[in-house]
Ligand binder design. Structure first.
Ligand code: SF4
Length: 220
């Protein structure tokens, strides 16, 4: 990608990031971010936000969640899907936080990934949003947008996409590139039907996007 297009990309992604960063109010603590990451697995963003909002309205510390009966947690987070497994994991994580970390969220990738249900992507989201550690977490939106644009190969694995992105963008921009891509994927480069399909002017990247040029929008 030529330098001029890269600049357009950075500018738009920064705008997308700024436009929606204020809406993440319910994730505004390391603990909430961690819980929300777990709830977000295999579900839509809207469901995560509702489930997390309901849970946090009832309890938003590890100690408080530990005290909630499993059945109560299940009904609070039901709409996030796989709620039986998620409720158990929420409780297990809270117990570990209280017993090992005095109720705080640990701040290294290794410690985070030792928590039940927390993999690379969640660890990166927590590191970036809670502790300002530069990282790019590849979720569905980031995966789709970076492949369609041609930054990553269409068949790349999640780990490979992460590598492509971290090599492509300067480290100081990773945070807003990441969140900007999430927001851009939600609003414009939608997985099922990107908005450029209706009108190329719906997307500021259509003049240099690989998917738009080749008309191959399907991403694994
Ligand atoms: S041109 Fe279409 S496919 Fe390419 S980034 Fe924009 S919305 Fe996505």
């Amino acid at each position: 990608m030529i330098e001029r297009n890269k600049k357009i990309l950075l500018k738009v992604l920064e705008q997308c990031y700024k436009k929606r960063c204020g809406t993440a109010e319910i994730w505004r603590s390391p603990f909430r971010i961690l819980m929300a990451c777990l709830l977000s697995q295999r579900t839509r963003d809207e469901n995560t936000e509702i489930a997390a909002g309901r849970l946090f309205a009832k309890a938003d510390t590890p100690q408080a969640i530990m005290k909630l009966p499993l059945g109560t947690i299940r009904s609070l987070i039901r709409m996030s899907g796989t709620y039986r497994q998620k409720s158990k994991r929420l409780k297990q994580i809270c117990k570990i936080l209280v017993e090992r970390y005095r109720g705080k969220v640990p701040c290294t990738r290794e410690q985070l990934m030792e928590l039940p249900g927390i993999g690379f992507k969640c660890a990166d989201i927590v590191l970036m949003n809670a502790f300002n550690v530069p990282a790019i977490a590849v979720d569905t939106h980031v995966n789709v947008v970076s492949k369609r644009l041609g930054i990553a190969q269409m068949k790349a694995s999640v780990e490979e996409v992460k590598q492509y992105l971290e090599n492509f963008f300067p480290k100081r921009k990773w945070k807003f590139v990441n969140l900007g891509m999430v927001n851009f994927g939600r609003e414009v480069c939608i997985a099922i039907k990107p908005r450029c399909v209706l009108d190329r002017n719906n997307c500021p990247f259509s003049s240099f996007c690989r998917a738009y040029r080749t008309k191959k929008f399907d991403v694994n």
